[in-house]
Design a protein around this ligand. Structure first.
Ligand SMILES: Nc1ncnc2c1ncn2[C@@H]1O[C@H](COP(=O)(O)OP(=O)(O)OP(=O)(O)O)[C@@H](O)[C@H]1O
Length: 278
């Protein structure tokens, strides 16, 4: 739900964004706005442009055409320190968690504060008491305080993604980007991780832009769904009252071939939505 106190505070704006990689058009005239506190899921088949869109918001890609504003800054015009400053306000979590397997859970979380360190980096000693207390607090928030001194690679996938969320929280981000954060997890862990992202976002007024394949998870945990197909926005709608059948229908209407429709059905019909989420 959008924060009721700041209903018109737009934190992400993409205006007619096109991105070409050689002959491939990954994004084609994409325009979306995301309000502060909104939880928006990007839904789409493999190759529809979800990751490319997220990478533009974080300044990791530059658009071929169009403009992107994040927290009031024109991302495409930024480099060096101003870009780093903006990116420090944007947390990013990934499908493969991107933890350092041989480090402890606590050290992995602390790496979220790396950009703020001055002087030599000497493992745990470098971070100082305030950072360590903050990291332990974030681990407590994601339910892993008792695992702080365990090696990261001894945790389950769902636990590792929760560590990655705690690491992102070390940045005190205003925006959390998540690129298929549950694609490597079983259905139960996927649901738990999405629930945690939603709870934390609501607690902190975080804005979330998250790519997913699974329509059932999107309907359960997002405020709004933006559907991409071949780099174009084909659906942009609040989830309240939306059913899986309606999402399917919208995708079905834009499928141009039978095999494309079958691929959409195969992806979107995975899992089931509890009645309470409809
Ligand atoms: N760096 C790149 N160089 C060339 N082509 C790219 C690059 N990044 C993305 N693409 C292409 O752009 C299109 C969109 O890719 P993108 O990764 O954004 O899709 P996606 O929806 O995130 O897919 P998936 O769900 O499989 O992660 C694809 O055709 C992809 O091959």
């Amino acid at each position: 739900m959008t924060n009721p106190q700041t209903p018109t505070d737009t934190v992400i704006t993409l205006s007619s964004v096109t991105k070409r990689f050689g002959a491939t058009t990954a994004l084609n005239g994409v325009s979306i706005e995301v309000e502060r506190g909104e939880i928006v899921v990007l839904l789409g088949l493999s190759g529809s442009g979800k990751s490319t869109l997220l990478r533009h918001v974080d300044g990791l890609e530059q658009p071929t055409d169009g403009s992107i504003k994040v927290l009031g800054e024109n991302v495409a015009g930024l480099s060096g320190r101003p870009l780093r400053t903006l990116r420090s306000k944007v947390g990013f979590i990934f499908q493969q968690f991107e933890l350092v397997p041989s480090l402890s859970v606590l050290e992995n979380v602390l790496t979220g504060a790396l950009a703020t360190l001055r002087g030599p980096r000497l493992g745990l000693w470098s971070y100082g008491r305030a950072n360590k207390l903050a990291a332990l607090g974030h681990l407590d928030r994601v339910g892993l305080l008792d695992r702080a001194y365990q090696r990261a690679d001894t945790l389950s996938g769902g636990q590792q993604q929760r560590v990655a969320i705690a690491r992102a929280l070390m940045q005190n981000p205003e925006i959390l980007l998540a690129d298929e954060p549950v694609a490597s997890l079983d259905p139960e862990s996927s649901d738990q991780v999405m629930a945690l992202i939603r709870e934390i976002a609501l607690d902190r007024g975080l804005t979330v832009l998250c790519s997913l394949h699974q329509v059932d998870l999107a309907l359960s945990w997002a405020d709004r769904i933006v559907g991409l197909r071949h780099g174009e926005v084909v659906l942009d709608t609040p989830t309240v009252g939306l059913t899986k059948a309606q999402v399917m229908e919208i995708y079905g209407r834009v499928a141009t071939t039978t095999s494309e429709l079958q691929a959409i059905e195969a992806e979107l019909l995975v899992g089931s939505i509890p009645d309470s989420a409809r």
